[in-house]
Design a protein around this ligand. Structure first.
Ligand code: NJP
Length: 243
């Protein structure tokens, strides 16, 4: 096979959508997965990629997704997000389950399913989009920070387990990126979501996509292990300069 292929999960919006565009621009055939298939189909038509339904929380869905992908050089584990902001004392177990299922077990399911193909490609790359929340704890964020820590440890463990295999592993940990992330976190409350980004020069999805593109375009012996990227206006997970 001469065309290199990339797989991007959560490509129906935000970072995943921008990453699919960037990798297509680099000449990859891109398989894009998410639950909102109508959005994927529009993007696939634009970039000449393949839209596939994917729910990373569902074993059968991940199995069917992986079966539809013949070979894979790049996997971008991007599907994820947060639900709610609550102190541990008032933790909503359903929100926690959503975050762990999506970020942690979702990454596990998809990675496990595609690993044989990534190894067989002879030049594989796994990029996992974690978060500054994978490095820090912040108040009211324990459901998300714990899930992102766990997702990151899964990814970092693979970096050691795959030593000797032709697969690179890169963790990209963004700070604030203006996407649908906060809209999802606050259950569709657009006003509350907008406040998160108010008065800050936020990162945008393309900023992260360009970094994925840079990582993917390094020669096979160059492994960028971890990249933490925040807006200049952000010093830590909950610390911003607002105008
Ligand atoms: O958010 P958003 P981002 N199965 O909401 C998909 C991390 N991050 O681009 O299924 C399959 O625009 C969902 O698709 P759909 C964050 O944790 C962000 O910012 O159609 N896909 C959509 O395409 C996440 O890991 C920020 O609803 C599922 C995508 O995920 C990654 O960046 C900061 C799914 C989410 O797009 C991309 O998020 C940070 C499922 N079950 C880390 N559930 C930030 N934005 O500030 C969701 O530190 N998706």
């Amino acid at each position: 096979m001469s065309t290199r292929t990339a797989v991007v999960t959560g490509a129906s919006s935000g970072i995943g959508e921008a990453t699919a565009r960037e990798l297509a621009k680099q000449g990859y055939h891109v398989y894009i997965g998410a639950r909102r298939v109508d959005r994927l189909e529009r993007l696939a038509a634009e970039i000449g990629g393949t839209a596939l339904p994917l729910d990373v929380t569902d074993d059968a869905s991940v199995e069917a997704f992986a079966a539809a992908i013949e070979h894979a050089n790049v996997l971008v584990n991007n599907a994820g997000g947060a639900k709610g902001l609550a102190p541990v004392a008032q933790a909503d177990l359903d929100d926690w389950r959503w975050m762990w299922e999506t970020n942690v077990l979702g990454t596990l399911r998809v990675t496990k399913a595609l690993l044989p193909k990534l190894i067989a490609s002879g030049d594989g790359l796994i990029v996992t989009i974690t978060s500054v929340a994978a490095f820090e704890a912040y108040e009211n964020g324990s459901g998300y920070t714990s899930a992102k820590h766990a997702q990151a440890v899964l990814h970092r463990t693979l970096r050691t387990e795959l030593l000797g295999q032709p697969v690179r592993l890169t963790e990209i940990a963004p700070g604030a990126v203006e996407t649908e992330f906060s809209l999802v976190r606050f259950g569709g409350d657009a006003e509350r979501a907008a406040k998160v980004y108010e008065g800050i020069d936020n990162l945008v999805a393309d900023d992260i996509a360009e970094i994925v593109g840079f990582v993917a375009s390094r020669p096979p012996h160059v492994n960028l292990d971890q990249i933490i990227v925040k807006p200049r206006d952000q010093a830590a997970a909950g610390r911003f300069h607002r105008r």
